[in-house]
Write a protein that binds this ligand. Sequence first.
Ligand code: HGY
Ligand code: MN
Ligand code: MN
Length: 431
Amino acid sequence: MTSTTFLNKLMNEYDSHLNHSGINGERIADRLAELSEIGATEDGGVTRIGYSAQEKQAKERVVSWMKEAGLTVTMDGAGNVFGRLEGKSDSPAVMSGSHLDSVPNGGNFDGPLGVLAALEVVEAWKENGYTPPIPYEVVVFSDEEGSRFKAGLTGSRSFTGKITNDELDLFQDDSGQSFDEVIAAYGSDREAFLKANYHSKNLKLFVEVHIEQGTVLEKHDEPAGIVNGIAGPAWLEVSFKGKAGHAGNTPMENRKDPVIAAGMFVQEIESLPREVSQTAVATVGKMNVLPNGINVIAQEVNLMVDIRDITEQTRDQLLEMIYQKAENVAARRGIDVTWNINTKIKPLPIAPELQEKLATIMDKSGIKPVYIPSGAGHDAMIIGEEIPVAMIFTRSKDGISHNPAEWSSLNDCVKTVHLLKGFVEGIMEEA
Ligand code: HGY
Ligand code: MN
Ligand code: MN
């Protein structure tokens, strides 16, 4: 889908009566369409891997809009971008935003909607000549998806000081580039990256708009919903190590084939999540066969398991069951296995009083409050370890995400922006 087709599709369904209070659907649609051109894939999706030229280009586009809107723009050593609007007083700021990087061949709303929603609030205030009582910052966090280094939420974790040198030493991308090589090519360095520091921002609250990436809002036929908790992902890297050999001359009984072990492992872990809870999940989305030759019995299979639940105790219970399963399968197959927990993020409950503030605004807007636990991870869960956070979900068509077919209607996007603006103004006026 070209950006013109994408834009027309957005505008075709749009009810322009939603343009009020300074919020403008056409502007949001234009900007979503412009961003859809950066890293565009032939399937109508985008590939904007963390710390890639495409992510940088998308940030630069948003920076130009931030500057046009009168924001003071800064960037930290992790590539996080901040657009600041001073308030009448210099109290701790409200921050809102999301990310612009994507998964490979991802959708056009996952991340950009949250950034553009946060920026649209500034555009509305500008149009209405409104100066907020306290400062407001629009933020773009780097590399939220973790598609670059097998560990996600990089920008927000750097911003809150949660990334260590030891972890950075382990970072290596699919082309074999180290963290230091990647961050240097990006125009920063490790020292500046580790200097990123949320204390410098003196923040009161962070609120993130994001697509739901599920079907709860469709079931309730509501345009937007309230996130009541965010599941915590753990990423487990497993390597089954066999013995490379000739595919033709090696008798079946003499093989130490790691691909067979990997296949058994993937099949056997499918039933484990239901043993710990109704909300736990486990996914193998990435697998590398080495040396990956048609006529070669593989030497090694490296795979990544994404393990989640909304409580830390059940998530960690499942994590242990899965790496024990890897050891069990390797023993049965007579091959070696190693595993490493690349990243483990705490699940985050959202403060009930912030949920209720959102519910009040929804009631006023004629939207029935729907409370949704997020199976997907978000920057809000990292920031939420340090300051109060809230999240607003926008309805996703058929719950599709991490897929070019990802879609949210412009009506739902604009209704969400109105909710964000009302929520932020309410929080600010209480300050
Ligand atoms: O992986 C996630 O949950 C998010 O899309 N980064
Ligand atoms: Mn996202
Ligand atoms: Mn995502």
